[in-house]
Design a binder for this molecule. Structure first.
Ligand SMILES: [Zn+2]
Length: 479
């Protein structure tokens, strides 16, 4: 819309009034002259009533002008009014488009990061609040170091929204003070957890104990991000998307992030690990450094070289498993490395790659708050000491209610148990199985048998039997 000449917005009524003033006539007089109700004349003068061809004729006759003059004035006035209204509408549409270009509104709504807006103003206000900015016209992207600059057309607004969400969750977490030396000393403990994927649920708490915020916010459609490292109040935040639901990708992204922190790399690092994206081209020295540290942490370089020399070019699944076991790593970590190093086609032995999302479920910022009951989850996640997972009170209550009743292990051994404090004591053993053991195991369910619980909980066979019993897991279980 162009600019409007103000003259065009003068209602014809004002010109009629001027004519009346010149003649010393009142509105009532004009009404009598043209034989119309005074009310009708008043409305025309105020611009509320349009001048029809008949009125134009009458005015022309009364005021000694032409009917065309009045019709033209009227038409010009109405067109200008319409243009002004359209301009407002066009401006509103443009504002709406700006907001939608800035951040992925439908995804923000779907995830409950903003609520359904009442109107444009409300939407603007919510988005400003979410992004923590005064004005949507001056939204600056934080200074970000990309592992792969423009690897894909990531949308800055989507990245910004993702980062803001990460910050919001980190802000709600309480973690002890951070020290570089403590984190560095803690790296071997974290790497020990790469020996078996059932240890992965312990990783978040271990990191938090080391003063590192750990956040999982699923990727938005156009972020193409695997992870990021940022800082908040002198504490690092390691954020993951788990975009690739793979154990090997989890470890690589995590250790790469930890490497950024341990190596004192400054600023925000956003990392994308794509199977199919050629790397190295755009990478900074920091990225190379972090990559190298992560790779060396995850697999001993010398041992890997020997293994590669011996097992290439076929790298049988058994050979991969054997080497992984010798390195105390899950086979997918070895496989992922062979894939990224171009030693093995990406589709080989994919069955060895485990899924990671189910293992970290309580830490994943829920994508759909309504269906998943996010407030509960978020509370769990943000309590000062989120003892890894928590067991639903009802589930624990049902375990307590069923003391003394017969249960069967997977292998068919019958047992009963008693409750000692907040522990379960099966009748065949003196061992106490804590409520936290059940919580840890609960988080891993469903699993086909107790084997993955070994090293994770006390009395895995009993824990598995109890947590798989319909009287415990079913809400409508008979008492
Ligand atoms: Zn990086």
């Amino acid at each position: 819309m162009g600019t409007l000449t103000p003259a065009r917005l003068i209602p014809p009524g004002r010109l009629i009034r001027r004519e009346l003033e010149e003649r010393g006539w009142t509105q009532k007089e004009l009404a009598e002259i043209v034989d119309r109700p005074v009310q009708a004349i008043a409305e025309i003068l105020q611009g509320h009533k349009q001048i029809t061809p008949e009125t134009a004729q009458e005015l022309a006759a009364a005021l000694g002008t032409s009917a065309e003059v009045w019709m033209n004035l009227e038409t010009a006035y109405r067109l200008a009014l319409a243009a002004r209204d359209n301009e407002k509408r066009a401006a509103a549409i443009a504002r709406m488009a700006t907001i939608h270009n800035l951040v992925p509104i439908p995804e923000l709504l779907r995830r409950g990061w903003i609520s359904r807006p009442r109107d444009l103003q409300d939407l603007e206000q919510q988005v400003r609040g979410f992004l923590g900015v005064e004005s949507l016209h001056f939204v600056a992207m934080p200074a970000v170091n990309f592992r792969q600059a423009q690897a894909r057309e990531a949308s800055p607004g989507a990245l910004l929204a993702w980062l803001r969400r990460v910050e919001t969750i980190a802000r709600q977490q309480k973690v002890p003070p951070f020290s570089y030396s403590a984190l560095e000393a803690g790296v071997p403990r974290l790497l020990d957890m790469a020996a078996h994927s059932t240890y992965i649920p312990r990783v978040p708490q271990t990191l938090q104990d080391l003063g590192v915020h750990f956040v999982i916010v699923p990727h938005l459609q156009r972020t193409y991000v695997d992870g990021a490292v940022l800082w908040r109040d002198d504490r690092p935040v390691i954020a993951l998307t788990l975009r690739h639901d793979r154990v090997d990708n989890f470890w690589m992204t995590l250790m790469h992030g930890i490497a950024h922190v341990v190596a004192c790399h400054q600023g925000i690092h956003i990392d994308t690990f794509d199977d199919d994206a050629p790397t190295a081209m755009h990478e900074s020295p920091d990225e190379h450094h972090a990559d190298q540290m992560a790779r060396d942490w995850l697999l001993d370089a010398g041992a890997l070289a020997t293994f590669v020399a011996e097992a290439r070019p076929l790298f049988s699944a058994d050979a991969v498993k054997r080497f992984a076991a010798a390195q105390a790593r899950t086979p997918d970590i070895v496989l992922g490395r062979l894939h990224t190093d171009g030693l093995l086609e990406f589709d080989r032995h994919r069955f060895l790659i485990g899924r990671v999302r189910p293992l970290l479920q309580p830490w994943i910022d829920t994508a759909d708050p309504e269906s998943l009951g996010s407030t509960k989850r978020r509370d769990d996640m943000c309590t000062p000491e989120p003892a890894i997972p928590t067991l639903a009170t009802e589930t624990w209550d049902r375990i307590v209610q069923h003391k003394g009743r017969p249960f069967n292990t997977k292998t068919g051994k019958q047992f009963t148990y008693s409750i000692v404090g907040t522990s379960v004591k099966p009748n065949h053993t003196e061992r106490l199985i804590g409520k936290s053991d059940f919580a840890r195991a609960w988080q891993m369910m469903p699993i086909p048998g107790p084997a993955p619980l070994r090293d994770i909980v006390q009395g895995p066979a009993y824990v598995w039997a109890i947590l798989n019993d319909p009287r415990i897991v079913s809400v409508n279980a008979p008492a």
